[in-house]
Design a binder for this molecule. Structure first.
Ligand SMILES: Nc1ncnc2c1ncn2[C@@H]1O[C@H](COP(=O)(O)OP(=O)(O)O)[C@@H](O)[C@H]1O
Ligand SMILES: Nc1ccn([C@@H]2O[C@H](COP(=O)(O)OP(=O)(O)O)[C@@H](O)[C@H]2O)c(=O)n1
Length: 222
């Protein structure tokens, strides 16, 4: 059972994916955290993130590892837990440039496919290109959306309003454009993905809907 959950920032991918995995007894992989971890390492090591050749050259150096327990997600670089630092504004502003570099994506995608193949009962994998590129044969594909206003309010709320909703909205829109416009596996809905607009739904409603889709699919293949 492979569940691919894609969509832009703030649509609820992480919260939903963790809850769906926990409810169904599946593993969980946050691929955005991996691109963030790579970006954190580049910034910490003085790599010019706007120089794709420099990023490509350095991309083999850090060892990024992810835990797959939805109740205790973990992300580390060279053995150090970076779950806090990868959420900084600095990393958020730089991650789209790093994730657009094909050498970075090749390493990450290989790791993501191996992780999915090794999951004992199956896995929920969240990101931008899971249904289109990483795991195109996923059993269930979901594409989450929500209005830019709702997404910005959610993200700004997480930062306790430290960054205004308007500034957060601008930054989200810029990152969506970069992620959707890149050449190598851009953010996109797979043709066979089910789109769920989460703007007016509670987290529980989104989770219920996805769990129901997975159970329907399970019953169909039995
Ligand atoms: N359906 C929902 N309704 C309200 N808030 C939500 C919903 N889904 C997620 N959130 C909240 O929105 C924020 C962003 O969610 P997150 O799961 O991190 O999104 P993403 O991984 O797509 O960026 C979090 O604070 C989360 O608690
Ligand atoms: N499968 C993926 C997942 C994330 N990413 C990149 O990683 C960034 C951070 O992803 P994220 O899921 O942590 O972002 P948020 O939704 O938390 O804001 C995205 O803006 C993309 O640039 C990607 O390119 N491909």
């Amino acid at each position: 059972m492979i569940v691919a959950i894609d969509g832009p920032s703030g649509t609820g991918k992480s919260s939903t994916s963790k809850a769906v995995a926990a409810r169904l007894g599946l593993s969980y992989l946050d691929t955005g955290a991996q691109y963030r971890a790579m970006t954190w390492w580049m910034l910490a090591n003085g790599v010019d993130v706007q120089d794709p050749a420099a990023v490509a050259d350095a991309s083999g150096k850090p060892v990024v590892t992810s835990g797959t327990d939805p109740l205790h997600p973990q992300i580390s670089v060279d053995g150090t837990d970076v779950s806090g630092p990868i959420r900084s504004q600095e990393v958020t502003a730089a991650v789209s440039a790093v994730s657009a570099v094909p050498e970075v994506r090749a390493r990450m995608v290989d790791f993501q496919r191996r992780t999915a193949a090794a999951a004992p009962a199956g896995i929920v994998v969240e990101g931008r290109d899971i249904g289109t590129t990483v795991l195109p044969a996923a059993t269930v594909k979901i594409f989450l959306t929500a209005s830019a206003e709702v997404r910005a309010a959610r993200r700004s709320g997480e930062l306790n309003g430290a960054v205004s909703v308007a500034a957060t909205r601008e930054a989200l829109i810029r990152r969506d454009a970069a992620d959707s416009g890149r050449t190598t596996s851009p953010l996109a809905k797979a043709d066979d993905a089910v789109e769920v607009d989460t703007s007016e739904l509670t987290l529980d409603e989104v989770v219920d809907r996805i769990v129901a889709l997975v159970e329907q699919r399970r019953a169909a293949v039995r």
